[in-house]
Design a protein around this ligand. Structure first.
Ligand code: SF4
Ligand code: SF4
Length: 327
């Protein structure tokens, strides 16, 4: 028996969960927000003014009950109709929740949308930064519409937009929902889409059949390939797996990105993203555009000197991450 139909549960974050990101503190430590790209800013403006007010809604008093198997099929079909390229479902655990937070729902429905390979032909660039924001806006519409559908069949839910103050960690949820494996660069690699996609989710207690983590040999591939590490301009990606970085979903020690080196570069250079389009895993075919846009197999990379590392976020807000090749 699941608890969802009979009592309201609250899942508290694990004591060793990381704290939610305090972006303003991170930016302050890196010298402030200096990226100024009007097209990207416009997407952000629309996310805040047009999407944030649509997170809440009326829940229908009539529950339309299905078996968990049927409910899962219907929800996935709807997510695809609303624009998802991939969708998976997992049960929420305390380690999926940011420190000090809690959630009232039992399940997370993870949705992902691929980004356009044509916009990452030169990185970092205004085009690559704008594509990141375009996909956040597009994913926002998908999770909002999916939440409205779930409420229309009688179940409360919470929108976890890819931008903003989330209660849950998107990456562990995506891994448990079967989206792929954790790449050396710290992003999920999907067996077909590669790493060039972004995620959002909807939380609900509608009973559903869940998906499971996959082992498609991607983590093993990362052990031989080092493309992201070689091209990371901040030298923030590790050489070896390390117990200090924690475990991935298959129980392997993780590679870990040194956030204190990555963030200052990300904040100064169009949200960087170099590690995604240089990743060799599979997206050259699957993530390229089929819109008549000629694309190169490898992006043009603008590697600038790395700023000084920043670890200045207040103690209670700090994330634990191994420091990669710090002197
Ligand atoms: S976003 Fe850029 S700086 Fe950060 S890990 Fe990726 S390549 Fe390195
Ligand atoms: S570039 Fe290579 S090592 Fe890095 S995440 Fe992709 S497959 Fe793994």
């Amino acid at each position: 028996m699941t608890t969802s139909e009979f009592e309201i549960t609250e899942i508290l974050a694990s004591y060793d969960s990381p704290p939610a990101f305090v972006w303003d503190e991170w930016y302050m430590g890196a010298g402030g927000r200096t990226i100024d790209i009007p097209a990207a800013d416009e997407y952000m403006r629309r996310i805040k003014t047009e999407q944030y007010p649509r997170f809440e809604g009326e829940v229908s008093p009539e529950k339309q009950l299905n078996t968990p198997e049927d409910a899962s099929k219907i929800i996935k079909q709807k997510a695809l109709e609303f624009g998802a390229d991939i969708v998976g479902i997992c049960r929420i655990e305390p380690s999926d929740i940011y420190r000090g937070r809690s959630v009232k729902e039992e399940f997370a429905i993870a949705v992902g949308q691929r980004m356009k390979w044509s916009e990452f032909q030169q990185v970092p660039s205004d085009r690559s930064a704008t594509e990141c924001l375009r996909i956040y806006h597009s994913l926002g519409e998908t999770v909002i519409e999916l939440a409205q559908f779930i409420r229309s069949i009688g179940y409360a839910c919470t929108v976890e937009h890819p931008v903003g103050d989330s209660n849950v960690l998107h990456i562990p949820i995506g891994l448990k929902a079967g989206f792929g494996e954790l790449g050396r660069h710290g992003s999920i690699i999907h067996p077909k889409l590669g790493p060039l996609f972004r995620m959002g989710s909807v939380l609900t207690s509608l009973p559903m059949e869940i998906d499971h983590p996959i082992d498609a040999g991607i983590a093993k591939f990362c052990d031989k390939c080092r493309a992201c590490r070689i091209y990371c301009p901040a030298d923030a990606i590790g050489d070896e797996r390390t117990p200090e970085a924690g475990k991935d979903h298959l129980g392997n020690d993780r590679y870990m990105v040194d956030t204190g080196k990555c963030f200052p570069y990300f904040a100064k250079h169009s949200y960087c993203s170099i590690c995604l389009p240089v990743c060799v895993y599979n997206h050259k075919e699957w993530a390229k555009d089929f819109e008549g846009v000629p694309t190169k197999l490898f992006p043009e990379i603008d590697m600038q000197p790395a700023p000084h590392p920043v670890d200045s976020v207040a103690q209670g807000h700090k994330h634990r991450y191994p420091k990669v090749k710090r002197e």
